[in-house]
Each structure stands twice: as structure tokens, then as C-alpha cells.
Design a protein around this ligand. Structure first.
Ligand SMILES: Nc1ncnc2c1ncn2[C@@H]1O[C@H](COP(=O)(O)OP(=O)(O)OP(=O)(O)O)[C@@H](O)[C@H]1O
Length: 272
């Protein structure tokens, strides 16, 4: 059984080369973490006193303004960042998909990159050998798969990366934004693979600004604000509070049809 527990965790970034004087005078911004200037070195408190308990089967959407702490939280959950204060415990193997291009080598072929990226995401060589044909077909890159990655356009790289990412069997899948940046036509092709990927994973935490993708992949949500958890609950409740309107009113017909009938808003006690 996979699980992630975080107790009173904070993550600070000391900024050694910041101009403290001008920082002190700066107008408070609407986005980003809190910048503390009491110390000699300014510190950005990206996460503040986070306590969370995530379990097998959780599919959590992370929402919040730019700089609210979503990516930092994902890195904390992945064990990439240690909490500056507090503690965390991760049980299970993490597949972190923060940047689709990470782990790719521009000098080797697309096919070789499929293998390397798969290994990086926790798959074995044997598992990847079985999946490589399916991934190749999905990418529609044809003979380009024999060419070095540096000859690919950005969109071609994304196709390759998305092909690999959606082929893995993750215990804990941590997804950051990037997958939403694929062109619409290809994303619609990748959608079924993404949904299947999430079904196969033991747990998902997905940071995104795209309501339709969140609804397709997640069943609950966590709203981050200034490095803190502002609200946790069903996806629809949290998005309604965060955006100030029911997100279902703005989903296009196609998405609504794919999602089936709109779930009814429920309160904590479960009634309408
Ligand atoms: N490596 C770093 N060094 C210094 N500050 C950082 C670093 N990473 C993040 N921060 C700061 O931490 C805060 C949270 O950033 P984070 O990237 O987690 O936000 P986010 O919610 O993912 O934002 P976005 O939606 O824009 O991607 C911000 O104020 C940011 O400036």
C-alpha cells in the first residue's frame, strides 16, 4: 500500500544574491511565496506548516495561483526537497513527471531515449522492451525515431516524452503542469492513455491550471495559497471556492459528455 505523510513541513529557499534594501521597499505582490527579510539573507518560505496524509487510491488535483507552492509541494512529496522544518514519510516508488524533457539525451535517437526515459521513471529494461513498439506507434514519429533527438521540433519531443510517460506503471504518480502544454489535437489522442495511466497508478497528485484535465484525472483537490493548504475537499467544491464560480458552468460540451453527468455539489456532511 502506498502512502505519503507530511507533518508540519516547511520549505525555505535562502536567496544569497538578492538586493535586500530594494526588497524591503518592494510592494507586496499577489503571487509567490512569502519573502522574509528579517534575516541577513532574504528567505522565500515556499511552503509553510503543511500537514497531509495521502493514501492509496487518492487522485488529488493541486490548484492555486502562480507561486502558491504547488511545484514545491510536489517536490517535497517526491522526496526531492527535504522539509526545512517538520518531517515527511513516503511509502512507495515515486514516478515524478515534472518536466517532460527531463532525462532525455539530445545526442541519442528517439528509440534510445524511450528506453532511457522509461528506466528513469522506474521501469526495467525488459518492461520497456515490451512497450517500445506501442510507444513508437503512439508517437507517429516513424523514421524520425532513428534520428538523434536534437533534430526534433519541440512538439515532436513532447510526443515522445508523453508516449513514454503514459506507458509506465507508477506506484505514486506526481504530475506537474507540463502535459497540458501539448497541442490540442495530440492531447486529445493522449487523453485516453493518460486516464488509463492514472487508473494503473496507486496514487496521483497533479498540479494544473486546466479544469478539464483536472476533472478527467482527479477526484479531490487541494488549494495552495502562499505556501499553505487553504482548502482540501472534492474537486468541484475546491475549484468553486478557488475560482468563485462552479467550474462545470464553463466546461465545454465535449468535456462534460466525456465526464458523464455532472456530479452534484456536496457539503462536508454529504448532502446537496
Ligand atoms: N528554487 C527556488 N529558489 C527560490 N525560490 C523558489 C524556488 N522554487 C520556488 N521558489 C519560490 O517558492 C514559491 C512557490 O513556488 P512554486 O514553484 O512551488 O509555485 P507554483 O504554485 O508551482 O507556481 P506556478 O503555478 O507558477 O508554477 C514562489 O514564491 C517561488 O518564487
Amino acid at each position: 500500500m502506498v502512502s505519503i505523510d507530511v507533518w508540519n513541513a516547511s520549505v525555505d529557499f535562502p536567496i544569497f544574491d538578492a538586493k535586500t534594501r530594494s526588497l524591503k521597499k518592494a510592494v507586496l505582490g499577489k503571487v509567490g511565496g512569502k519573502i522574509g527579510t528579517e534575516q541577513k539573507v532574504p528567505i522565500i518560505e515556499a511552503l509553510h506548516d503543511i500537514t497531509l496524509s495521502l493514501k492509496e487510491g487518492d487522485r488529488i488535483g493541486l490548484v492555486g495561483h502562480n507561486g502558491a507552492g504547488k511545484s514545491t509541494l510536489l517536490r517535497l512529496l517526491a522526496g526531492i526537497y527535504e522539509p526545512t522544518r517538520g518531517s515527511s514519510r513516503i511509502v512507495g516508488k515515486i514516478a515524478p513527471v515534472f518536466d517532460l524533457g527531463v532525462g532525455m539525451d539530445p545526442e541519442i535517437s528517439g528509440l534510445e531515449n524511450i528506453m532511457i526515459r522509461g528506466l528513469f521513471l522506474g521501469m526495467t529494461r525488459k518492461q520497456m522492451e515490451k512497450r517500445v513498439d506501442d510507444i513508437a506507434e503512439f508517437t507517429e514519429l516513424g523514421d524520425y525515431l532513428q534520428m538523434p533527438l536534437r533534430t526534433y521540433s519541440t512538439g515532436m519531443r513532447v510526443r515522445l516524452a508523453l508516449g513514454v510517460v503514459t506507458s509506465i506503471d507508477p506506484e505514486i504518480l506526481l504530475l506537474d503542469e507540463g502535459i497540458g502544454a501539448v497541442d490540442a489535437a495530440f492531447l486529445s489522442k493522449a487523453r485516453t492513455r493518460l486516464v488509463d495511466l492514472v487508473k494503473r497508478s496507486g496514487m496521483l497528485v497533479f498540479a494544473s491550471h486546466q479544469d478539464d484535465l483536472l476533472f478527467e484525472l482527479c477526484n479531490s483537490a487541494l488549494w495552495m495559497d502562499e505556501g499553505q493548504v487553504k482548502m482540501q475537499g472534492s474537486l468541484r467544491e475546491v475549484l468553486t471556492a478557488y475560482k468563485g464560480r462552479d467550474p462545470y458552468e464553463h466546461l465545454d460540451k465535449e468535456t462534460l459528455a466525456r465526464l458523464g453527468q455532472a456530479p452534484v455539489l456536496t457539503t462536508k456532511t454529504g448532502e446537496i
